[in-house]
Design a protein around this ligand. Structure first.
Ligand SMILES: Cc1cc2nc3c(=O)[nH]c(=O)nc-3n(C[C@H](O)[C@H](O)[C@H](O)COP(=O)(O)O)c2cc1C
Ligand SMILES: [Mn+2]
Length: 465
C-alpha cells in the first residue's frame, strides 16, 4: 500500500505508542487545540496529538506529526545521526511520479458554490494570529515556461469561505513563479495538499536547484513513486493519497492585507499585502484527517530544519566534497545559523563551503566553519573551536545587503529605515590552518589507554578515610 499519513500514524503507534496521544473531548480550534500542544511542549514533550472532535467540523485533526527529529528519522527509516546524510542521499536520486486513475482524495468532491473552507477544522494557533491558518498545506503550482510542478510550504490565512491569503517569501520559487504569471498577464492555478506522509511536507521545504522537483523528492523520501491524479478544476497533478486537496487560482495582480502569524523565529512577522487564492474545489477522503503544523513552536522549527539540513549537506558537499557534516541548530530557529565541518586540505577552502551554504538557502545569516574533529551537533564544541581557532580580524567576513530571511524581525530594506528582505551575512572560519602549518594538538589522555579502561574494574564505592 502506498505510503500516506495513515500508514505513518499506524507505524508510529505500532513502534512507539507513547509518541501519539488522542483527545476525545471536543476542543475549540481557536487556541484550545494548540494550547494543549503548547502545555505539553513546555513540559518538554511533543507527541503527535490526534483530536477526534473539533468544534464546528465533522473532521478530526492532528498536530505535531513532524515535531521531533526522532519521528522524522522514523519517517525515513533511519536514525537521527544519519538523518541529514540519508536525506541528502535520497534527494540525489529523485523518483518520477506515478499517475493513477482513481484516488482516495477524490472520495468527496466539492465545487463552485458549495465550497466552504468552514467545513475544515482549521486552528487559530497563536494569540495574535490574524485568524485560522492552514499551516501544513504545501502549495503546488506550474512554472508557465517549462511546465514543471513546484511545491512549497506557505502559510495560508482563511479570509472567507473560499479565499485563502497566500504568503510567499520573495526569495522562494513560488514567488518567482507567481511574478512570472503576472508578467504574462495570466492567473496562476494552484493546489494545496493537506495530510500526507511526512515526506511530502519535508520535500516541500527541500532546497532544490531551479523550479520544481519536489514531488520526485517526496517519492525518493518514501522510496516509491508518489501517486498523483489529475486535479478536478486545475491542470495540476495532485497527490492521490492526500487527505484533502484545495484547488484554486491566484490573480497575481491583486494583493491584500495578510498576517500577522507566529513564525519560525517565534515572533509575529510577515504582515503585509499578499496574493490570495480563490478556491474552486475541495476534494477529500470521506473521513479525512485534517493536519496542522504548530506555528512558532517546536514542530515549525523541526520541519524547517530537517529538509534544509539534507539539502545543504548535498549542495555544500557538491561544492566541496571534503565537507563532513552540516547542522542548522534549533538555537537559530533551525534556519538562521549554520555549522559546517570539513576535512580541510587548503587554506581558504572553508569559505567555499560557506558560500555554497549561503547560496543554497537565503534564511542562513551566520555560518561557522569547523574542522572535522568538531561535532557540529554539539554547540559546546563548536564554540570551543571559535574560542581557540578563530581570530576576528582575519577569520570573519561580513556581507551586508544580502537577500535574507524576510521573516526575521531584524531584516531590513534597501533604505535601512524599514523592515525588508535583506540581512547581513556573517562567516566565521574557526578551522585550523591547513597542513603543514603547525597547530597544537588537543590535550587528552592517550586514546589506546582510554579504550582499554573498563571502569567497573577500577571503581568501588568510597569506603571512608
Ligand atoms: C512550517 C513551515 C512554514 C513555512 N511557511 C512559509 C511561508 O509562509 N512562506 C514562505 O515563503 N515559506 C514558508 N516556508 C518555507 C518554504 O516552504 C521553503 O522555503 C520552500 O523551500 C519554498 O519552496 P520554493 O522555493 O519551491 O517556493 C515554511 C516552512 C515551514 C517548515
Ligand atoms: Mn521549488
Amino acid at each position: 500500500m502506498s505510503k500516506n499519513l495513515r500508514t505513518f500514524l499506524n507505524e508510529l503507534a505500532q513502534k512507539y505508542l507513547e509518541e501519539i496521544v488522542e483527545v476525545d473531548r471536543e476542543v475549540d480550534p481557536r487556541f484550545e487545540l494548540t494550547s494543549i500542544a503548547a502545555k505539553l511542549e513546555k513540559q518538554g514533550k511533543s507527541p503527535v496529538i490526534f483530536f477526534r472532535k473539533v468544534k464546528g467540523s465533522r473532521l478530526p485533526a492532528v498536530i505535531n506529526v513532524c515535531a521531533s527529529y526522532e519521528r522524522m528519522a522514523l519517517a525515513l527509516g533511519t536514525t537521527v545521526q544519519n538523518l541529514a546524510e540519508e536525506y541528502a542521499k535520497r534527494e540525489r536520486s529523485p523518483i518520477p511520479v506515478k499517475e493513477v486513475g482513481s484516488a482516495p482524495v477524490k472520495e468527496v468532491v466539492i465545487k463552485g458554490e458549495d465550497v466552504d473552507l468552514g467545513i475544515l477544522p482549521i486552528p487559530t494557533h497563536n494569540e495574535l494570529d490574524a485568524g485560522p491558518y492552514i499551516s501544513a498545506g504545501p502549495t503546488v503550482m506550474k512554472d508557465p515556461d517549462t511546465g514543471a510542478l513546484n511545491m512549497g510550504l506557505y502559510r495560508l490565512q482563511v479570509q472567507g469561505k473560499d479565499e485563502l491569503g497566500l504568503f510567499i517569501n520573495p526569495a522562494n520559487h513560488g514567488y518567482l513563479i507567481g511574478e512570472r504569471y503576472r508578467e504574462l498577464g495570466r492567473k496562476m492555478e494552484v493546489a494545496v495538499v493537506i495530510g500526507h506522509h511526512p515526506a511530502l511536507l519535508l520535500a516541500s521545504v527541500s532546497k532544490l536547484e531551479g523550479f520544481g522537483g519536489e514531488y520526485e523528492v517526496a517519492g525518493a523520501l518514501i522510496q516509491e513513486p508518489l501517486e498523483v491524479i489529475k486535479g478536478e478544476t486545475v491542470d495540476i497533478m495532485v497527490p492521490a493519497q492526500a487527505e484533502i486537496v484545495i484547488e484554486g487560482e491566484v490573480d497575481p495582480e491583486v494583493k491584500r492585507p495578510e498576517g500577522p502569524f507566529g513564525e519560525w523565529p517565534h515572533y509575529y512577522t510577515g504582515t503585509g499585502d499578499r496574493w490570495f487564492i480563490k478556491v474552486k474545489a475541495i476534494t477529500m477522503r470521506r473521513d479525512a484527517i485534517y493536519q496542522t503544523v504548530f506555528g512558532a513552536h517546536n514542530e515549525h522549527n523541526v520541519i524547517g530544519a530537517v529538509p534544509r539540513m539534507g539539502s545543504l549537506l548535498r549542495r555544500v558537499k557538491g561544492a566541496l566534497p571534503t565537507v563532513k557534516a552540516v547542522n542548522l541548530p534549533l538555537s537559530g530557529g533551525g534556519r538562521a545559523i549554520c555549522y559546517i565541518s570539513l576535512k580541510k586540505r587548503s587554506d581558504g577552502e572553508p569559505k567555499q563551503a560557506a558560500f555554497a551554504a549561503l547560496s543554497a538557502e537565503t534564511d542562513i545569516k551566520f555560518v561557522v566553519l569547523v574542522d572535522d574533529d568538531i561535532d557540529v551537533f554539539n554547540e559546546q564544541e563548536v564554540l570551543w573551536a571559535v574560542a581557540t581557532r578563530f581570530q576576528a580580524d582575519k577569520d570573519l567576513i561580513i556581507m551586508p545587503y544580502c537577500l535574507g530571511a524576510h521573516l526575521n524581525p531584524s531584516a531590513y530594506d534597501i533604505t535601512r529605515l524599514k523592515h525588508g528582505v535583506m540581512e547581513t551575512k556573517l562567516i566565521l572560519d574557526a578551522t585550523k590552518p591547513a597542513p603543514p602549518t603547525p597547530f597544537p594538538p588537543k590535550a587528552d589522555v592517550p586514546k589506546e589507554m582510554l579504550d582499554k579502561i573498563e571502569l567497573e574494574k577500577y571503581l568501588k564505592p568510597f569506603s571512608g578515610l
